[in-house]
Design a protein around this ligand. Structure first.
Ligand code: BTN
Length: 334
């Protein structure tokens, strides 16, 4: 089992508790500093950080601080961690209004961060997709986050974590009444169109994993897509669902943590059940694309390691490994 660091409330969260308990009335920096046993400069620093996270906090000289009206979005660490039912996934959150890429940032902080740390952004300016593609990440349109893991497992087992993330995503959607499917190995689709993608990156030596970053992008409220992807991409809103980013993250963290714990104990059964039950490809005629070659095949099953078993038209059967190939439906994206 990896080292799991369970965090208690941070000082910033306790400052936030005091502000929200005083129900929009002003409370002086001195009162807050006394209540928490910290300096006034430290109170000021935490207030500034809370403002950066999107809280509408007003400061008035001689009166102090007051939390005004609504929070600008419900994606702040404070909001997400409130009532979050996990032990370590999402218990340490770094939030950015805008960032180049949550995966890139997670890679930078991974060594010094506890397992389960999540980096979330409202907007990414250099969102990364798989195979060098970009992931368009406009503000308030999607959910962009990266999860840091430090499993003590053999490197060959690491690719299963992408599939585990896919299973946790569709389970979280199911808990919210949305019947999403997995296009093996790592796209989440709804009504035949891609609504979420997973980019897993790893830092390792030949026999040791330092950290794994699982980056997830979900199209939530997009109304339009660029020409190059509009045939195959959609958003939850376009498919008729309005999902709160906070609610979804809480569901996802809970599902992911439960599946990840089992995975660390070498039990992949629940994830495999979901991968098979929610597969968008099993039983379908597909193209297996390997570089420039594309061959028609039938997707038969997902094996106990998460690989896809296919049968080509000439009867040859093959196990396709994650990351080795990509697949397409014969007539549509899938
Ligand atoms: C794909 O190509 O399907 C994977 C897309 C992954 C996008 C997410 S958004 C959050 C995280 N940060 C990134 O730069 N990429 C991932």
């Amino acid at each position: 089992m990896s080292n799991i660091d369970i965090k208690s409330k941070s000082t910033k969260e306790r400052v936030m508790d005091i502000l929200s308990n005083s129900q929009e009335k002003y409370i002086s920096g001195e009162d807050i500093s006394e209540k928490l046993g910290i300096s006034r400069a430290s109170v000021w620093k935490h207030i500034n950080n809370l403002k950066k996270e999107g809280f509408d906090i007003e400061s008035r000289s001689g009166m102090g601080y007051a939390l005004k009206g609504k929070i600008s979005n419900n994606l702040t660490p404070y909001e997400i961690k409130k009532n979050l039912n996990t032990e370590f996934i999402g218990q340490n959150i770094e939030y950015f209004e805008t960032i180049d890429s949550t995966n890139m940032y997670a890679g930078k902080i991974a060594n010094k961060s506890p397992e389960g740390t999540v980096v979330i952004a409202n907007e990414q300016t250099k969102g990364k997709g798989r195979t060098g593609r970009r992931w368009i990440s406009k503000e308030e349109e999607g959910l962009y986050f990266s999860l840091i893991l430090k499993p003590e497992i053999a490197i060959v087992k690491a690719s299963f974590l992408t599939q585990l993330a896919g299973a946790a995503l569709v389970s979280a959607f199911e808990n919210m009444g949305i019947d999403a499917k997995i296009k093996w190995p790592n796209d989440v689709i709804l009504n035949g169109k891609k609504i979420a993608g997973i980019l897993t990156e790893m830092s390792a030596e030949i026999d040791r994993i330092f950290y794994i970053v699982i980056g997830i992008g979900i199209n939530l409220y997009n109304e339009n897509f660029d020409d190059e992807i509009k045939e195959k991409a959609s958003s939850l809103l376009k498919e008729g669902y309005k999902v709160s980013r906070k609610d979804f993250l809480q569901e996802f963290f809970k599902e992911f943590e439960a599946m990840y714990r089992e995975f660390l104990c070498d039990n992949r059964n629940e994830v495999l059940d979901i991968l098979r039950k929610k597969s968008a490809v099993i039983g379908k005629e597909i193209y297996v694309i390997d570089g420039k070659k594309r061959k028609k095949a039938k997707a038969l099953n997902i094996d106990s390691y998460g690989n896809l078993e296919v049968r080509f038209e000439d009867g040859e059967e093959k196990t396709v490994f994650t990351g080795e190939i990509s697949i397409r439906g014969l007539e549509s994206y899938i």
